[in-house]
Design a protein around this ligand. Structure first.
Ligand code: 2HG
Ligand code: ZN
Length: 465
């Protein structure tokens, strides 16, 4: 980066908007899982779309690349700086509007998910995205990876919630598309190009998303099943019985619960006895008079299904705390090779069985723990380093494990990237598995929006494109 470029940035941003000291920059260059080390000598922290646009134009003049970053909680290296500037959105954290009549929130990319939930709740509305990292992750990242999360059965993925976007394009133009319309068929629906694009087509600076009436009734229950096939059957039965009242259904293997207890022994043991599989069910309703608990309990006892219905909000939180802790517990247990994949619901259980069989055949001592969001077929099929194997040796198996797991996913009609993005981690895998016609269309779109390949250049697409 030239001195002239840095001088221009200083003029555009002022001292708070530009970090140049290595000690200040270092936290932004850290990658969540320690897989990558970001490289940059300038972290830009704008406060408006106009500032972002000015920075983008300045980068174009000086041929500098841009890595957009929001909460930096990603798991696939999508926000790792590549030598150009790191565009951190954390200071664009204003909620611009909550419109109760329209049922929408318009918020900037640097807003933290938990803050959006709280702001909506204050208006008796629900911001429905929720995930274990909700106290740190930011809207820009949620949009850029199309996060699903814990309420996906009822409310859908991020993409299903977005009505409008504000985006700074690689040209430096600002697309002011913050419409709150539920029906808009005036031409192409361009917002969907930017959602899930991981900052490769532009920087999302704000979004308008749907809100829902805040539920007045909530039932949380942990259930148990002898196998994953039985658990998925139970999911379908509960979904068909409760339809829109089913907000979430999480699938959890026994060894995830063991992992969680090894990490934090104060977390709840759901039942006195152990079971191979657990399901965490969340039902909700806006009608305060509606009893969901009795019919759920009746259904589960008719099915002879071990169940623990939370008696109060504290017990519900304790049950959810077990689920929330899985990812952190896995991190604490050693190096992990993660597969954030999705399957058609009718193949999810077969996938779990077959993938477990094949990875154990490859490395019998590997710790296999696949859990996730049953509602949208999203499984986190994660492998943890065996205790007797150095992390470097285990990590050297990354490609071999990817090939085993992703081949099964692909063969069953699933996707190798569900809600954590492609980032740097899966760029080569994406190219390997994507239909060539589809991949070529993606490349054409990338080249149309970003012909100089300056926006997150080494993410989603392989460097060699
Ligand atoms: C979750 O559902 C998150 O807990 C993280 O998506 C999953 O760490 C993971 O693999
Ligand atoms: Zn998840």
């Amino acid at each position: 980066m030239s001195e002239a470029f840095i001088q221009e940035l200083k003029t555009l941003l002022g001292p708070e908007g530009l970090l140049l000291e290595s000690a200040e920059i270092a936290p932004f260059l850290k990658e969540n899982r320690g897989l990558y080390q970001g490289v940059s000598c300038a972290v830009v922290r704008p406060t408006s779309a106009e500032e972002v646009a000015a920075v983008v134009k300045c980068c174009a003049r000086h041929q500098v690349t841009i890595t957009p970053q929001s909460g930096n909680t990603g798991l696939c290296g999508g926000a790792v700086a590549d030598g150009g500037i790191l565009l951190n959105m954390g200071r664009m954290n204003k909620i611009r509007e909550i419109d109760p009549l329209n049922g929408t929130i318009t918020a900037e990319a640097g807003c933290i998910m938990a803050d959006l939930q709280a702001a909506a709740k204050a208006e008796d509305l629900m911001f429905t995205l929720s995930c274990p990292s909700e106290k740190e992750c930011q809207l820009g990242g949620n949009l850029s990876t199309n996060l699903g999360g814990l309420n996906v059965v009822r409310y859908g993925n991020t993409r299903d919630l977005v009505l409008g976007l504000e985006v700074v394009l690689p040209s430096g133009d600002i697309w002011r598309g913050l419409r709150g319309l539920r029906k808009d068929n005036a031409g192409y629906d361009l917002k969907h190009l930017f959602i899930g694009a991981e900052g490769t087509l532009g920087v999302i600076t704000a979004a308008t998303l749907k809100l829902f009436p805040y539920p007045k009734v909530r039932v949380t229950a942990m259930v148990a099943a002898p196998g994953i096939h039985e658990l998925m059957e139970l999911f379908v039965t509960v979904r068909n019985r409760f339809a829109d009242h089913l907000a979430g259904f999480e699938i959890i293997p026994r060894n995830a619960i063991d992992l969680v207890h090894a990490f934090d022994s104060s977390l709840l043991e759901p039942f006195p006895e152990r079971h191979p599989w657990y399901g965490l069910i969340e039902l909700n309703a806006t009608d305060p008079g509606l009893d969901l608990q009795t019919p759920l309990q009746n259904l589960l006892s008719e099915l002879n299904c071990p169940a623990r219905c939370a008696a109060n909000a504290a017990e519900a939180s304790a049950l959810w705390a077990v689920r929330h802790a899985i990812s952190e517990a896995q991190t604490a247990a050693g190096a992990s090779i993660k597969h954030d994949v999705s399957l058609p619901l009718n193949r999810l259980a077969d996938f779990m069985v077959e993938a477990t069989r094949q990875v154990l055949a490859h490395l019998p001592s590997v710790f296999v723990c696949g859990y996730g969001h049953a509602g949208d077929g999203n499984v986190h099929f994660n492998l943890t380093q065996p205790k007797d194997m150095p992390a470097a040796d285990f990590n050297a198996q990354h490609h071999a494990f990817n090939r085993i797991v992703h081949d099964i996913v692909h063969g069953m009609g699933g996707s190798i990237a569900a809600e954590h993005g492609v980032g740097r981690l899966k760029a080569a895998e994406l190219k390997h598995y994507k239909d060539p016609v589809e991949y070529a269309m993606m490349l054409q779109i990338k080249r149309l929006f970003d012909p100089a390949n300056r926006f997150n250049p080494d993410k989603v697409f392989s460097c060699a494109e």
